[in-house]
Design a protein around this ligand. Sequence first.
Ligand SMILES: *Cc1c(COP(=O)(O)O)cnc(C)c1O
Length: 365
Amino acid sequence: MVRAHNFNAGPSALPLDVLKKAQEELIDFKGTGMSVMELSHRSKEFEDVLADAKDRLKKLMEIPDTHEILFLQGGASLQFSMLPMNFLQEGKVGAYVVTGSWSKKALKEAKNFGETVVVASTEDDSFTHIPEVTVNTLPENTGYLHITTNNTIYGTQWQDFPDFGDVPVFADMSSDILSKKVDVSKFAVIYGGAQKNLGPSGVTIVILRKDLLNQQNSGLPTMLDYTTHIKANSLFNTPPTFGIYMLSLVLEWVEQNGGVEGIQKRNEEKAALLYDLMDEFPEFYTPHAQKDSRSLMNVTFTMPNEELTKDFLQKAKAEGFIGLNGHRSIGGCRASIYNAVPIETCQALAEFMKAYREAHLQSVK
Ligand SMILES: *Cc1c(COP(=O)(O)O)cnc(C)c1O
């Protein structure tokens, strides 16, 4: 069996140990004589799976009791609408920091439900960095502040988070959730699709501070009302059962690999392998992100010309490096190196890039 060097941006690599365990349990889950997919979502066995996933996430991320964990559907994209629908109130504004395509999409949806304001944007700089935002930048009547902690397409990431006082901060962490230590208590809502760092697509994780529900808009469709899902412990209707099971296995794998601290250390090592190489040869591999905003998850770079980029991507693919093309909206190259991407995979890519440069240096000069 040959596993690909998988740099897909999402859905993306899963830990091999997790896939093996799922395979082992697939046909007969814990003596039930059926797979997890065939269990009732109301069964004791599935309730345990869900409780496991919740407990593990709570412990790993040190989620305080003030916050509830939900497993929903509709992806991070539905949260773009659900958040303003539930929490953007009349007389208040939803404040948005625009750091890439996903932030723009979140903003677009909020406009359907009330007043919004862009408090900072780096679009004029081609989204190469994270802007400075402080609580003083925010309008008096800010209802909430929305940020995208990691910009999957542009390869930039917030390095740390300012203190925004009493303003509820909503964070789209789709592409860096559980990749490094984060103080959850600083956020009113953290959300993300599972398919980058946490499991397969189909499950959306929402971590929500319960006191937000005291100021919720009324008249919402039942399924789009957070209260529905909190009251039902994410079991109001049929949840994505297999996805939640896989999430639980991925979280178990994180526990076994040093927890968030261990994962973070590895992620830093992995990213350094690629950024160090680019810093050595910046005229050949030019990072898109400014140094102080570089993402540990999505390493984006351009090459001297289109022709070379195309050739590089083709040769890389032939060598088993999958998913290195940049997002269709910006081109160039991107290596997504989420939690489950092994360090050996990053080493192999760094070596390939080094050799490729040596072989093609002449054609550039
Ligand atoms: C992938 C991604 C999304 C979209 O997620 P879906 O689950 O496909 O809706 C949103 N925001 C960010 C930052 C992403 O990386």
